[in-house]
Design a protein around this ligand. Structure first.
Ligand SMILES: Nc1ncnc2c1ncn2[C@@H]1O[C@H](COP(=O)(O)OP(=O)(O)OP(=O)(O)O)[C@@H](O)[C@H]1O
Length: 326
């Protein structure tokens, strides 16, 4: 099995005269969980439909485990498991019958059927509801059945379109645990607009904005991109503003109240310990010092805003990082 399980190159797609996807390229490695993140209408579902062979791209190539999706669709699709935005379930069937049907559709041999069924039910936590009619199950369990049909043939690539949408918090936690577990044996690509999902499940994130991939990184690096280089300080006896601004390393001081200041500094030049010792030696009476912390949500908004104003984010350069934070 190749290390790259899915490779898409220069995909485009129009609906009518409107171009929805622009020159999109991405790769998925074995054992990786990739999050495709974007606002509503960014083109996530359209992209996943193309990657799974459900929608023909206008141009570009897709390769699944070494098989060209256009030239050898049967071989390529045999390696894909897909959970669309609306799970494709026959709700009048019981879980077992539906999964047997899905397994047969995916070419699972009769001799392997029992094992495939019990493994999918075990991994998706469906053992206790195998005999139940799908329409009588909760939304979370129906979603599990949707994932079970996607993994019934042990595909190398699992594609999940907004897998936790509409679920309650405990169902979300269960499905996220399941996705992480699936990532141990397969490559997973999931779409989401929930940053928490990326944070808790994904190894890597690609941000899709108006049909273009504008950011690609590990989810950890995405968080680092947003790390604010500054702190809020409260001083009972503050000095004049110019005295604070003159401290080496500080790039800006913004008074929030008479006693509270928002202080920014360059990422590589953190003046916190200097400020602490000056506060002690000059009698500024330090009451509180809180590092500024940005959520992934802030980072996402900044990255997409930067893109809209044509400032491509490059998190590796400290200058632009500082500008983005300010
Ligand atoms: N079959 C279609 N015909 C015409 N336009 C479509 C079709 N499918 C999607 N679109 C349009 O393409 C754009 C991208 O839609 P898509 O569903 O891929 O976005 P998304 O990122 O998945 O959004 P959401 O998070 O809301 O599901 C939208 O403007 C949508 O209206």
């Amino acid at each position: 099995m190749p290390q790259i399980t899915l490779r898409a190159r220069n995909l485009t797609r129009c609906f009518g005269k409107q171009q929805i996807i622009h020159d999109l390229s991405l790769e998925l490695k074995r054992g990786e969980v990739l999050g495709l993140l974007g606002h509503n209408g960014a083109g996530k579902s359209t992209t996943l439909q193309m990657l799974t062979g459900c929608l023909l791209p206008g141009s570009g190539e897709i390769d699944i485990c070494g098989f060209d999706l256009r030239k050898t669709p049967v071989q390529a699709k045999a390696h894909i498991g897909y959970l669309p935005e609306t799970p494709p379930l026959y709700r009048e069937l019981c879980v077992e019958d539906f999964l047997t049907f899905a397994a047969r559709l995916r070419g699972v041999k009769t001799a392997d059927l029992t094992l495939a069924l019990s493994q999918a039910c075990l991994r998706c936590g469906l053992e206790s509801v195998r005999k139940k009619i799908i329409s009588t199950l909760s939304k979370g369990y129906q979603q599990r059945v949707g994932i079970a049909q996607a993994i019934i043939h042990s595909p190398a690539v699992i594609v999940l379109d907004e897998p936790t949408v509409g679920l309650d918090p405990s169902q979300i936690r269960d499905i996220r645990n399941l996705i992480r577990e699936l990532g141990n044996t397969s490559s997973v690509i999931l779409s989401t607009h929930l940053l928490g999902e990326v944070e808790s499940v994904c190894d890597r994130v690609e941000i899709l904005h108006h049909g273009r991939l504008i950011y690609s990184d590990s989810s950890r690096q995405m968080q680092e991109y947003g790390q604010a280089t500054g702190f809020i300080i409260t001083l009972r006896q503050p000095p004049v503003l110019s005295e604070l601004s003159a401290i080496p390393g500080i790039t800006s001081v913004e008074p929030l109240t008479d006693n509270q200041f928002r202080i920014l500094h360059a990422p590589e030049d953190n003046p916190t310990s200097l400020v602490l010792s000056l506060a002690a030696s000059h009698g500024w009476q330090l009451e509180q010092l809180t590092p500024l912390h940005e959520t992934l949500e802030d980072v996402f908004v900044k990255i997409t805003r930067n893109e809209t104003t044509d400032a491509t984010p490059t998190p590796s350069t400290s200058t632009e990082r500082t500008e983005a934070i300010i």
